[in-house]
Design a protein around this ligand. Sequence first.
Ligand SMILES: Nc1ncnc2c1ncn2[C@@H]1O[C@H](COP(=O)(O)OP(=O)(O)OP(=O)(O)O)[C@@H](O)[C@H]1O
Ligand SMILES: [Mg+2]
Length: 451
Amino acid sequence: MTLGRILLVDDEKDLLEWLSVTLEQQGYEVTCAGSGEEALEIFRREPFDMVISDIQMGAVSGIELLRQIKDINPEIIVLLVTAYASVETAVKALRYGAYDYLEKPFKLDEIKVKILRAFSQKRIFPEDKGQQKKLRDRYRFANIVGKSEPMQEVFRMVDKVAKTSTTILIQGESGTGKELIAKSLHYNSLKTDKPFVSIDCGALPDELLESELFGHVKGSFTGAISTKQGLFEVASGGTLFLDEIGETSPAMQTKLLRALQEKEIRPVGATKQTKVDVRVVAATNRNLEEEVCREKFRKDLFYRISVITIRLPALRERREDIPVLINHFLKKYQLNGQVKRLAPESAEHLFRYDWPGNIRELENAIESAVALSDTEIITLDDLPLRIISRMPEPDSPSGLDESLKASVEDFESKLISRVLKKTGGNKSEAARMLKMTRRNLDYKIKRYNLL
Ligand SMILES: Nc1ncnc2c1ncn2[C@@H]1O[C@H](COP(=O)(O)OP(=O)(O)OP(=O)(O)O)[C@@H](O)[C@H]1O
Ligand SMILES: [Mg+2]
């Protein structure tokens, strides 16, 4: 019986030995790696409960290692150890999902307590082991990323309801991942060998939508040259995803209600009803309760489809997912095996932006940035203008003290105008001297009304 499996990573052999012996005495099972590369290799092969790694190492730093292992297993607990604890590295570590960090030299008690605390938190969820693995496999499989509490709640919900046949409503702003969740509901159901069929209810006029959904018999209308099966039948045994259900007309809503209640449909032009057996998942970016109040959406249909509702939070409500998602997309859009990185300034802007288009917008931004950047690093110049044209706001809710902010700005504007004078108005050179990107300089010139 072991208390847990720990992967220890450090390029200092002595420390490694000392720690591993002590932790083994405590009852942990310890594996050692002398570099980030070696750690990754071991990590891919074997399961661990925790990784403890030094930050300053050779080619693959502790932070880089953290990013990569979190990609492989988002739930792994990572403790980072650093000789030079700067607030900056610590913040970065926590941002990328480290559980905690320790400053070298540390006392043995200190690390013991941190390990214990980390493990006991993990054990708050009892049945876990198997459960967590399922969770992991699922969203690795479906590529759904999210470590924030609201997303974890979504995953728990998906886990709970996927195997039932209840109708499910997914509500969320555009780009929050409604379709992805619908698919994950299907692929975690008991009917994964049956089809997942999706239709955008907002894209078709009523007559076409009706024949798409319910099918039609030959000759039932001009153009109906042969009998066609509707999607309710095509999806038989599996999942029918009714996307943008909030866009349907009242007449269509009545027909849908009947289909859901009776589990029967009538193809256009047919005289008989056909039995159907599908699990329906509906999605909308509208607030359906409101639509019901405004009598735009049938109340009875709303109740019928919303027995279980999964609400997808907007990205700005779960900012801690932004770095994880960015990494996910940097990997996804890597070029020739090269995964690009963000310059700190770029990261800052991406973390602070509001993301009205949610994950879709973030994904597009990363995809285009990767394509635009000439080097391995994504600079501000590679990011869409709307993202960088907003200055990052300070973290604290009240913002920086106004007077401090004003004096910083005053200082900055004077500095920029001085440098511009020096370069005779040459902005590229000024940007170089100021160690800022040309675009950022342009922005500041405009903002401070210089030149
Ligand atoms: N949690 C997530 N992890 C990884 N990728 C995600 C996640 N959520 C969404 N995406 C990606 O973002 C994009 C938008 O997701 P999706 O199409 O599911 O959103 P949607 O809510 O249906 O959007 P819309 O309302 O615009 O149709 C997709 O490419 C999807 O793969
Ligand atoms: Mg969608």
